[in-house]
Design a protein around this ligand. Structure first.
Ligand code: KIV
Ligand code: ZN
Length: 504
């Protein structure tokens, strides 16, 4: 049986980033894109260039710096969108793909677009033709395809193929489909679109009913040869299909799905998942398939016994193949800059000299407090460095007093340009008091929506990583993080990062 090749299209940086509070800086997106290239995805959808200057620049930077995968930019079927995408993608040259989309379902045609079928076909065809003037590789998505009348869907797909589309994508935009029905729709298109064999048929499933992965797999079985999704399944509402789950299902069950090849380097899966989680600030649920903390943790004695006798009794995936348990020997405060640089390279980070200088100085400070510095500690330091933004306010000093039965109190000193500002506040606890003191100095009043402390590694001396989600004026939801061996300091830095992000 010859293997079929599946194109893996990653939209973590576009659809994934549309998740509230998940926005990433250009620097963070670049690092994720480089890791996606190492993971071996075929296409990276880097953003929606017309939407903002930041998105435009980020697509352009990724197009210039990330080699290997195709780099894709999203556009509505509007000249200004397509022109912005073409311009942003220029540095990718032949590796550029423009992805145009237009809603096709009756509900969207009637209520959102107020256009009839004929007009929808005309706009889609013009969009594809215009994109084709800039790049060879054009993808067309029929938004809300799964709720579109199959006859109309087949008609518009044939027309966009005639106009030059090279990939046609069938999204389940609102996560409404169920597997057998979605597979039937794909088969229907193979049977009713005359030129379907000339293009790649793609699917893009959302997870509103928790069926995004199941629907994607059913469509692959029915002949789809591109699958779209995000790492960790992040995305709007309930998210997109989790690529790592699709990949591992195909890998583990060739008997069910046939022999399907991808370019994915399985050993990079866990690292990619963790990077996306840290960069987006969206934690991976513990029991998440493939990449959750508990995915390979066996608590029940009977399972542990079985695993020790033969791993396959209770484990269907060898955790090592996706990058679990790959830790190298830890570094210590005696390790030099060359050792640090070398380890960072092994971990897959390509950093500027100045960035390494900063990380090295933090590494030495941590080395004084902690006996061993593990790979996860280093990743946390690197991610702190990558996530740095312009600091309107910098933390100079913090002192907190807490005593049982007493009133917690915090004194904070912040640098604001040349000025040093000091204030103090009481609060419910040390963190509350310190955040209130920050508010008094900066004049910002953030409402803390989420607060999470997590230790990066084991041990009482471990680095604590704090993630906060803060709402400013009920308008702006900002996610920010910081790490320190002292969790109070990490909490204040994370909150201050959120304030600085909001001020940007
Ligand atoms: O969900 C969707 O329909 C999309 C399209 C833009 C492909 O994200
Ligand atoms: Zn989508």
């Amino acid at each position: 049986m010859t293997a079929k090749r599946l194109i893996v299209f990653d939209t973590t940086l576009r659809d994934g980033e549309q998740c509230p509070g998940a926005s990433m800086t250009s620097r963070q997106k670049l690092e994720v894109a480089k890791q996606l290239a190492r993971l071996g995805v075929d296409v990276i959808e880097a953003g929606f260039p017309v939407i903002s200057q930041g998105d435009f620049e980020s697509v352009s930077e990724i197009a210039a710096q990330v080699k290997g995968p195709k780099i894709c930019g999203l556009a509505r079927c509007l000249p200004k969108d397509i022109e912005a995408a073409a311009e942003a993608l220029k540095p990718a040259a032949d590796a550029a793909r423009i992805h145009v989309f237009l809603a096709t379902s009756q509900i969207h045609r009637r209520f959102k677009l107020a256009k009839d079928e004929e007009e929808i076909v005309r706009i889609a065809v013009e969009g594809v033709r215009l994109a084709k003037r800039y790049v060879q590789d054009v993808e067309f998505s029929a938004e809300d395809a799964s709720r579109t009348e199959p006859e109309f869907l087949a008609k518009i797909i044939q027309k966009v193929i005639e106009a030059g589309a090279t990939t046609v994508n069938i999204p389940d935009t609102v996560g409404y489909a169920v597997p057998e029905e979605f597979a039937s729709l794909i088969r229907y298109l193979f049977d009713h679109v005359q030129d379907i064999d000339k293009v790649v048929v793609s699917v893009h499933c959302h997870n509103d009913l928790g069926l995004a992965v199941a629907n994607s797999l059913a469509a692959i079985k029915a002949g789809a040869r591109q699958v779209e999704g995000t790492i960790n399944g992040i995305g709007e509402r309930a998210g997109n299909a989790a690529l790592e789950e699709i990949i591992m299902a195909l890998h583990t069950r060739p008997d069910a799905f046939g022999k399907i090849e991808t370019g994915i380097q399985l050993k990079e899966i866990l690292r990619t998942s963790r990077l996306v989680s840290r960069m987006s600030g969206l934690a991976v649920q513990r029991n998440k398939a493939v990449v959750g903390e508990n995915a390979f943790a066996h608590a029940a004695g009977i399972h542990q016994d079985g695993i020790l006798k033969k791993r396959e009794t209770y484990e269907i995936i060898d955790p090592k193949i996706i990058g679990w348990e790959q830790s190298e020997l830890p570094l210590t405060k005696h390790s030099g800059r060359a050792a640090l640089e070398n380890r960072l390279k092994i971990l897959g980070f390509e950093l500027e000299k100045e960035e390494i200088d900063n990380i090295f100085s933090q590494f030495k400070q941590i080395g004084d407090k902690k006996k061993f510095i593990y790979d996860d500690d280093l990743v946390s330091l690197v991610e702190g460095q990558i996530s740095r933004i312009k600091e309107t306010y910098e933390l100079e000093y913090v002192a907190v007093t807490v005593c049982s039965g007493g009133i917690p109190m915090a004194t904070i000193k912040l640098r604001h340009g040349e000025e040093v500002l000091v204030d103090a506040s009481t609060g419910d606890g040390a963190v509350d008091a310190a955040m209130k003191a920050v508010d008094r100095i900066t004049g910002q009043h953030g409402h803390l929506v989420e607060y999470e402390v997590k230790s990066v590694t084991e041990g009482k001396d471990a680095i604590g990583e704090v993630t906060v989600k803060v709402n400013f004026d009920s308008k702006k939801l900002v996610t920010a993080k910081a790490a320190s061996t002292d969790v109070i300091e990490a909490s204040i830095k994370a909150y201050l990062n959120a304030v600085n992000k909001a001020l940007l």
